[in-house]
Design a protein around this ligand. Structure first.
Ligand SMILES: [Zn+2]
Length: 227
């Protein structure tokens, strides 16, 4: 039960070889791309939303819907704001520390948008690492999760992206990222299973290679919170 979610990355994807080139090339995750992207085109979203309303048989000119296209445009600009950010910058400011035990930030709440249905998924991420002389502020770890979440996403890729970034930018000896989320595309459409949670994990470095290190960080992640 404890080792299951971690030995499999839960994604159906092959284990990463430590390079995230395949991930970085996918649309919506062009991390490190220094090209300035165009700002969000609100007017274009508004036209598209109006079209959708007509297509489903609504009257976009009735009172309740008049402001909807503009509202949706502002919402998309917000929920996809991560597309215009490079989360790596949060890992550029590190502190030299001789601390060589696990650092774990649990229960990082996030909101994201499933790229298959453009419906929200949300939940919590747990990010842990074993430093190799460099530590980063805890709030930065939360920012990375937040910015990676705020783009059209799939949970598996998001989990791997956070782990790859922590490993590469921080030079951590090991990284574990676990994400648990509820997907609206599961609960409000299709199979309509409310309450189901999707769990994904990505394991790097010493936590992949060393069973006792892995067991240690897993028990920390799984341990109940103090209230
Ligand atoms: Zn979906």
């Amino acid at each position: 039960m404890i080792t299951d979610p971690i030995t499999s990355n839960g994604s159906g994807l092959p284990p990463s070889d430590g390079s995230d080139s395949a991930v970085a090339q996918r649309p919506g995750l062009s991390i490190g791309n220094k090209e300035r992207k165009p700002p969000v085109d609100h007017k274009r979203i508004e036209r598209a939303v109006r079209e959708i309303l007509i297509a489903v048989g609504e009257d976009p000119d009735r009172e309740g819907l008049l402001e909807t296209p503009a509202r949706v445009a502002r919402m998309y600009a917000e929920v996809f704001s991560g597309l215009h950010k490079d989360p790596r910058i949060h890992l550029k400011r590190v502190f030299s520390e001789s601390y060589d035990e696990i650092v774990l930030l649990k229960d990082i709440e996030f909101q994201s948008m499933c790229e298959h249905h453009l419906l929200p998924f949300h939940g919590r991420a747990h990010v842990g690492y074993l430093p190799d002389g460099k530590v980063v502020g805890l709030s930065k770890m939360a920012r990375i999760v937040d910015e990676i979440a705020r783009r059209p996403q799939v949970q598996e890729r998001m989990t791997e992206a956070v782990a790859n970034m922590m490993e590469q930018e921080l030079g951590a000896r090991g990284v574990v990222v676990m994400v648990e989320a509820s997907h609206s595309c599961m609960t409000m459409r299709g199979i309509r299973k409310s309450g189901s949670m999707c769990l994904t994990s990505a394991v790097r470095g010493v936590f992949r290679d060393n069973l006792s290190s892995r067991a240690e960080i897993l028990s920390l992640i799984m341990s109940p919170k103090h209230s």
